[in-house]
Write a protein that binds this ligand. Structure first.
Ligand code: ADP
Length: 483
């Protein structure tokens, strides 16, 4: 791993404006999933350091929240520029620790940086209201920062999942303690380094690195100082954290698992649907929360779809993401590979047919072959559970009603995709399916300007867009009497 700016490779946590080796002075390994090599050793921190970080965030809060939005915005703008200037180094770092191909990492860095710029602008537009009441009184409504925010982020988007939380929090005047995933701390620490260079005051943004997630999360959720937890990760951990937050009645934002359908109707533009299905399914080798889990294809177009879809999948170049020819990288851990394979084997045992792939890859122990399965049904785990790997089960349906019922037959509700050229059907289906986001004839649905988030057990709250500020603001009512 070769960086132009070696200062971006940081291996310690960051508390109160200082790099911090951790109180135990021990480290954990960060592994390159493409080859199993140890990239770096990072400070092992746990409950005690989390407490220190929360105290630093509390101490920094009064000065940060009373700065003008314009002053905070200037720092976020500068941070954005530094991040874009470092795009290549950040992409190399990300591919090395996460595995996604370099072109995807470059894209994620730009996507991550876009939240800094967006919320630098949007943070200046936090307005209140004046409510007309009786003759001698007036009601004022103010929006105020919630206070100290704890953030827990996953490894699949090691940059953007951080900026999408931290940028709106900081923009409105909150201070933050972040726990990045232990698989991908290097991207997080590089972001901190750039924030430091951009002029973030001490204590405003703190990062606790470590492998003991329950200890760090336990401290964050039990602390009465932390007023809000924002989490992206799996549904079981999200539920656990919500329960833990109940004791201090903390506000929570949860971006949890998905089980996205791609619904392709007979009247769809087939080539567009195939391209969309490829992107929605195989980006980051299937390891995104909005990755399509289930291809639902209408009977009249089913065979043609499978043929074209399989032809494209056979063109993939699976390998080390740092190799320019690679289109699809490894999975994050051997445990992830096993989890994907278990689901595929269960489908085989119940009669599924493999069209492409169907087994671990030959490139190394973190790889899984891009896979397409047919003869699948709704009792299989590949229908019911989030696959989080490069496996596409293709289900057949006959009618619009059946497609809607299949799409909704899950406890999840994050993203869904619909391919059809019938305008009435676009509205009927988009409105009937229980999802927070629907891509109609479009698979690349996320950006900083849209409200990202799910319904049902996929979570609560929205990130990005003007709605993304709400999660970090309290509404205060002031009654002016005796007028
Ligand atoms: P994944 O399966 O994608 O790793 P997780 O929900 O396990 O999803 O992880 C997402 C984030 O949650 C990571 O930063 C992880 O370290 C953290 N995490 C996992 N377990 C806990 C826990 N008990 N308390 C707090 N954070 C946790």
């Amino acid at each position: 791993m070769q960086l132009n700016d070696t200062g971006l490779l940081q291996t310690q946590g960051y508390i109160n404006g200082q790099w911090h080796a951790g109180n135990s002075n021990t480290q954990f390994d960060v592994i390159n999933p493409a080859n199993g090599e140890c990239l770096a050793q990072v400070a092992e921190m746990a409950a005690e350091e989390t407490r220190q970080a929360i105290a630093a965030a509390e101490q920094a809060l009064p000065a940060w929240r009373t700065k003008t939005a314009k002053e905070r915005s200037a720092i976020l703008e500068k941070w954005y520029e530094l991040m874009m200037a470092a795009q290549e180094d950040l992409a190399v770092l990300m591919t090395a620790e996460q595995g996604k191909p370099l072109f995807e990492s470059r894209g994620e860095v730009a996507y991550g940086a876009s939240f800094l710029k967006w919320f630098a602008e949007e943070g200046k537009r936090v307005y209140g209201d004046i409510i007309p009441q009786t003759n001698d009184r007036r009601g004022l409504v103010l929006k105020q920062p919630v206070g100290v925010v704890a953030a827990i982020t996953p490894w699949n988007f090691p940059n953007a999942m951080i900026t999408r939380k931290v940028a709106p929090a900081l923009a409105v005047g909150c201070t933050v303690v972040l726990k990045p995933a232990a698989e991908t701390p290097l991207s997080a620490l590089a972001i901190v380094e750039l924030g430091r260079r951009a002029g973030l005051p001490a204590g405003v943004f703190n990062v606790v690195t470590g492998t003991d997630a329950p200890a760090i999360g336990g401290e964050m959720t039990s602390s009465p100082i932390v007023r809000k937890l924002t989490f992206t990760g799996s549904t079981p951990i999200g539920k656990l954290l919500m329960k833990q937050c109940a004791d201090t009645v903390k506000r929570t934002s949860m971006e949890l698992g998905g089980n996205a359908p791609v619904i392709i109707f007979d009247d769809a533009d087939l080539d567009r649907a195939v391209d969309g299905a490829i992107l929605a399914k195989y980006r980051n080798s299937g390891q995104t929360c909005i990755c399509s889990n289930r291809m639902l294809v209408q009977a009249g177009i089913y065979d043609a779809f499978v043929e074209k879809f399989a032809a494209k999948v056979r063109e993939f170049r699976v390998g080390d993401g740092l190799d320019a020819a690679t289109t699809h990288g490894p999975l994050i851990t051997t445990k992830a590979v096993q989890g994907v394979h278990d689901k595929v084997q269960q489908a085989f045992a119940e009669g599924a047919t493999v069209v492409v792939g169907g087994k671990p890859g030959s490139q190394g122990e973190h790889f899984y072959e891009p896979t397409i399965l047919t003869n699948v049904n709704s009792s299989m785990r590949v229908f019911r559970e989030e696959i989080f790997g490069p496996v596409a089960p293709v289900f057949r349906f006959e009618t619009e009603q059946e497609a809607i019922a299949m799409a909704n037959d899950t406890e999840f509700g994050l993203a869904a995709y619909v391919y059809t050229n019938d305008l009435g059907r676009i509205f009927r289906v988009s409105e009937a399916i229980e999802y927070g986001m629907v891509g109609v004839n479009e698979a690349a649905l996320s950006s900083e300007v849209i409200p990202f988030g799910g319904v049902k057990e996929s979570g609560q709250g929205r990130e990005g867009s003007r709605y993304g500020l709400d999660d970090f603001l309290e509404t205060k009512y002031i009654c002016l009497g005796g007028m």
